[in-house]
Write a protein that binds this ligand. Sequence first.
Ligand SMILES: [Zn+2]
Length: 117
Amino acid sequence: MNRETTEDFYCDFALSGKAEIDRVLETDTVLAFHHTRPFWETHIVVVPKRHIDSLLTIIPDDEKLLVELIEAVNTVAGKVVAERGAARVITNLGRYQDSKHLHFHVCSGEKIRPDDR
Ligand SMILES: [Zn+2]
């Protein structure tokens, strides 16, 4: 993948500190924060701090990081379900994936903004 032509909000803005984010959970390897342009009433994204392109590009060496990532998704989604009674966990691929850095959306409630596509 050509990183120079790929938009990566997470490495370029969220993890670099260029964008102001509202943190929900942070460990040495994983970050969760409220989406900066939410699509749903509750919309949190969970990302690994180390760059992985997508769910389709994970390799066996990523195993420990992926376990920590899923633990974070579990914690965040559990809180959302406790607060709102339901949640969705989504990861997009291919042309559905705007930011080419693996991320999980944890969302709940009404959709407040249409998809761009
Ligand atoms: Zn990245």
